[in-house]
Design a protein around this ligand. Structure first.
Ligand code: SF4
Length: 629
């Protein structure tokens, strides 16, 4: 009997305007319990290779984690997956908030969307009932207007709305998806995929609380209560509640790891104008949370003196639209963040694409003719705001930049060096030249540059630190330098990646479980068992994480990705220009050797990076090995 899940998958065919419900077995879910694992299984089995990501043949999966909606801190997450139009790889983007828990309460683990509607539509899901409704009147509107319109139309102001914006409608390759206006599946262009299907929104409402489907609701409640009280005891988690991710700006600048001017530099001379204290006094109106989360890292802000409905900028958005573009005006950054959210563009890729264009302009590779007279220089906040508008509407140079830096660089002669991406996805705001596992994560990630592959190096560099102590159950017992890629560090990388992948399968936020967060590894195991009655052990859970990563890897291998794609942009192999890490570069030879060691640990072929049949068989993925043959 299924516990902790409804077992139901909603399958929607937008071409036919039809839907049906599939119920899968407990045996299936034990291998692929949700999120990344469920999405990976469906994509690999139901989509052939070489599908155009923006065609009706692309399959989009929206999948809750196993525990999403449980009354346990940070179990909020769901993934959206499809072939990515930005990278052509397996695509994936995660979000927290309240929408995933509401989908679970409405009776579904996941939604599989196929085909393309002949005209704009939205899905309305309520307690197991489904309707495909016309959305012509919502097309071209901003998310706040769309959310209001749907709630009014359906006479329920508690409906949770997942939706794209004008960026997704215009198939900007890094368009994202928003829920409740302030939580985002930002990365990998999943909003463009949704837009290509003429699917503007998915509205959900449900009444079945997670406790009603859990095996041991009392144990889950007790764990939830314990975790609610314990946040203060963990400095990393407590800092997130106090400052949120914007609190990272100043410390990263001090340590020389605040990406500045398109990763040319690691320190920003105007950091005092954008640090947390300024954010707090100039922008902050409230601290908020996601469903049942005790960390409460979300910020509410005012923009142009008015409360913004789109949430406050996170560290990633401040970094990409601030120092990375040479902009030191906290109000301009907040405005840029709001514009990205209102058009539903990924803030990281937007900022990185504009910084790429700014550097091209500084070097004369783009001229005033190309920019329609815009002085697109580092530090020009007005030009940045204008360019966000142009990207969303694909106007002027914005049409080219809407393709992302990899494709834009193919059109701008001599600009390749300024295009900072891995597999086509623009770099997040973490500096690999100061934390090598982050660089390895960027290179090896199946979705292109991603900062959520492993807990960052600093967490495990200090044996006296709480994160290091909490990592011991994982077999991590030796602290490693942040500037090392030795064999032991790669062994730790291999383990930590399984943990993060598991989080994406069972629905925990990256900030929740140890070593990054305050929830002990044994409590993660306990929570799964209280929900499911599986009596599952840590080893099997880590294997689930590894299985999910391998399915994504097989997807990419089938699309022709190999070892040559697991690399970093050339600039990172060159020295940083300023800051505490001035002169540091990412060590190319050490990286290549470490990559070979890591492939060995993962059971991937050293020359190609493709999983061996032996490893796939050991992960119960023999069927995936067959796909490669
Ligand atoms: S830690 Fe932050 S992002 Fe994660 S679930 Fe909690 S409030 Fe949401």
């Amino acid at each position: 009997m299924l516990n902790g899940m409804t077992g139901k998958i909603l399958r929607v065919n937008l071409t036919a305007g039809s839907w049906e419900i599939e119920i899968l077995s407990e045996e299936f879910y034990r291998l692929y319990p949700g999120g990344k694992a469920l999405a990976g299984y469906i994509l690999l089995n139901e989509m052939p290779a070489n599908v155009d990501p923006l065609s009706p043949e692309n399959v989009m999966v929206i999948a809750n984690g196993l525990l999403t909606g449980a009354p346990v801190s940070t179990t909020t997450r769901f993934v959206v997956s499809a072939r990515s139009p930005l990278t052509n790889t397996y695509g994936e983007s995660e979000a927290a908030g309240f929408w995933g828990p509401e989908l679970k309460m409405a009776g579904f683990e996941a939604i599989v969307v196929k085909g393309k509607s002949p005209s704009p539509v939205y899905l309305w899901i309520q307690d197991g009932e489904v309707e495909i409704r016309a959305a012509d009147h919502l097309w071209g509107q901003q998310p706040a207007e769309v959310q209001d319109a749907i709630r009014t139309e359906l006479s329920d102001n508690k409906i949770r709305v997942l939706q794209i914006g004008i960026g997704g409608e215009n198939q900007v390759r890094f368009a994202g998806i928003t829920n409740d206006l302030r939580h985002f599946n930002g990365r990998n262009g999943m909003g463009a995929v949704m837009g290509s299907k003429n699917l503007r929104a998915v509205a959900v409402r449900g009444k079945t609380r997670y406790q009603a489907i859990a095996h041991d609701p009392k144990a889950l409640k007790a764990l939830g209560s314990k975790l609610a009280k314990r946040v203060k005891e963990n400095p990393q988690s407590w800092a997130l509640q106090n400052t949120g991710t914007p609190g990272l700006v100043e410390p990263l600048n001090t340590s020389g790891m605040l990406p500045t001017r398109n990763f040319l530099q690691g320190a920003f001379e105007k950091v005092d104008q954008i640090k947390w204290e300024v954010y707090e006094s100039e922008l902050l109106t409230a601290r908020r949370s996601c469903y049942a989360c005790a960390i409460r890292c979300k910020r509410e802000v005012r923009v142009d003196g008015e409360p913004s409905v789109y949430g406050g900028p996170e560290y990633e958005s401040i970094g990409s639209l601030g120092p990375n573009c040479g902009v030191g005006d906290i109000h301009a950054i907040a405005k840029a963040n709001e514009l990205c959210n209102a058009y539903m563009l990924d803030t990281i890729s937007t900022g990185m694409t504009i910084s790429f264009a700014m550097e091209c302009f500084e070097h004369g590779l783009l001229t005033l003719d190309d920019t329609d007279g815009l002085e697109l220089r580092f530090g020009n906040a007005e030009a940045m705001l204008t360019m966000i508008e142009w990207i969303a509407h694909r106007k002027g140079l914005g049409d080219l930049l809407a393709e992302g830096v990899m494709r834009a660089a193919e059109e701008i002669s001599g600009s390749q060096y300024f295009a900072l991406h891995v597999k086509g996805q623009e770099l997040p705001m973490h500096e690999p030249r100061g934390k090598y596992n982050v660089g390895m994560g960027y290179a090896i990630s199946e979705i292109g540059a991603d900062h959520l592959v492993v807990a960052h190096d600093g967490m495990l560099a200090n044996e006296d630190g709480i994160p290091f102590k909490n990592a011991r159950p994982l077999g991590i017992t030796e602290a490693q330098s942040v500037l090392s890629m030795n064999d032991e560090k790669m062994r730790q990388f291999y383990i930590l990646e399984k943990v993060t992948s598991l989080e994406k399968v069972i629905g925990y936020c990256f900030f929740g479980p140890a070593p990054r967060g305050y929830i002990l590894i044994e409590e993660v195991v306990d929570s799964v068992n209280a929900a499911t009655n599986w009596d599952i052990k840590l080893d099997e859970l880590l294997m689930i994480g590894e299985r999910a990563t391998n399915m994504a890897r097989v997807f990419n291998a089938r699309e022709g990705f190999t070892r040559k794609d697991d690399t970093l942009p050339e600039r990172l192999f060159n020295p940083l220009e300023n800051g505490a890490l001035e002169g540091e570069s990412f060590p190319r030879d050490e990286f290549e050797s470490a990559l070979t060691v890591l492939y060995g640990l993962k059971g991937w072929q050293p020359e190609t990076g493709i999983p061996t049949r032996e490893r796939l068989d050991s992960l119960s993925l023999g069927w995936a090995a067959d796909l490669l043959e």
